[in-house]
Design a protein. Structure first.
Length: 363
């Protein structure tokens, strides 16, 4: 029997695809009308932080007020030298301004339209309007908890990279392999350096982007379109974390570590979960078992997101400092396994307020 969560997911996808048909026709004219009104329609407030050479656009949608994790993200970015432009798709209260103000350069309150890429576009165009040209720009949203570890090295690795366009996580469809311009960068975390920020391809992409509140079109125009446009132009790029990099690290691990990886694995495929359970019941001391475990992990990540399936191993081996917040069945199960590993002392705990949010998201 097909699980109810999977039926709901497929029905929602079909609904979005149907709604995309008229949206393709009316969207461009609406975007031109909105652009004629720019920059009116935004409420901009100054925070207490100053403007420096590095900027972060942090897109949030938190209509019930800013979460403790949003404060933690702004504080961390500020401490790493980034001037935060908090773009909110919901009202920013006086209490929110006070709570985040020490770590935010400017707050931008905008209509809740266009999902993350609509907010990203407005944030970028406001930087142009303010004549702000940072040496590097982070673009992220609040669909992830970041950072899980305040000592994370992801930002330093991105800054040190020779690439001008970086994504935290590269997604590549099989049979394509990880390479400089393969697949796409997932849209929740980018870092772009000045040479790319001022390039014709970057400027034209954002000038031409048509915002929409249709999720199907946003994924195609935004998450997929952004990466593919810059890749096609030959922009030097790097995805810090990918399935191939994960598997390369897994293949070097001991049987004991692989067993822990399986123990903390998250599954939505019953057949793969049964295969995992059989491996956990088998003798893990032989090289044959180790090979079987690696083959099993490869089979899982060839079908499902590697970080969601094996968060323990991806955090331990790659140092991924992010955790997805979405309510997909695999991600909920992943967070439960993450919490098990934290409670057992096998993964470091995030700050208490973030931990409480992760716990609440699994209930």
């Amino acid at each position: 029997m097909i699980p109810a969560w999977k039926i709901r997911r497929e029905l929602e996808t079909a609904r979005q695809q149907l709604q995309a048909i008229p949206e393709r026709l009316i969207g461009p004219a609406r975007q031109r009308r909105l652009d004629r009104q720019f920059p009116n329609g935004f409420r901009v407030m100054n925070g207490a932080a100053s403007l420096g050479p590095k900027v972060a656009i942090f897109l949030v949608y938190q209509p019930r007020g800013m979460s403790a994790s949003a404060v933690a993200t702004c504080r961390h970015l500020s401490e790493r030298g980034y001037s935060v432009v908090l773009v909110a798709n919901s009202p920013v209260s006086a209490a929110d301004e006070q709570a985040l103000g020490p770590w935010v350069w400017r707050f931008v309150e905008r209509p809740n339209f266009g999902y993350d890429f609509g907010g990203y576009r407005d944030g970028i165009r406001l930087l142009w309007h303010w004549c702000v040209s940072p040496e590097s720009l982070i673009i992220l949203n609040d669909s992830v908890w970041f950072p899980l570890d305040p000592n994370e090295t992801m930002l330093a690795s991105m800054e040190a990279s020779n690439a001008g366009f970086l994504g935290a996580l590269r997604h590549v469809d099989l049979p394509e392999a990880d390479s400089e311009h393969a697949g796409i960068f997932l849209s929740y975390f980018f870092l772009i350096k000045r040479a790319v920020l001022t390039s014709e391809v970057f400027v034209n992409y954002w000038n031409d982007y048509v915002s929409t509140s249709n999720k199907y079109l946003t994924v195609r125009r935004g998450e997929r379109g952004f990466s593919r446009t810059l890749f096609a132009a030959g922009v030097p790029s790097e995805g810090l974390y990918s399935r191939d990099r994960f598997m390369a690290a897994v293949e070097q691990q001991s049987a004991a570590f692989l067993r822990q990886t399986l123990v903390y694995g998250a599954y939505t495929d019953p057949g793969l979960e049964r295969a995992r359970d059989a491996l956990l019941q088998a003798d893990a001391t032989s090289e044959a078992w180790r090979t079987q475990a690696i083959d099993h992990i490869r089979a899982v990540v060839n079908k499902r997101n590697f970080h969601s399936s094996f968060c323990f191993a991806s955090i331990r081996l790659l140092g991924i400092p992010l955790l997805k917040k979405n309510k997909g069945e695999l991600q909920v199960r992943m967070r439960r396994q993450y919490l098990r590993a934290v409670m057992a002392g096998d993964l470091p705990a995030p700050e208490q307020a973030v931990l409480a949010e992760i716990e609440a998201s699994t209930r």
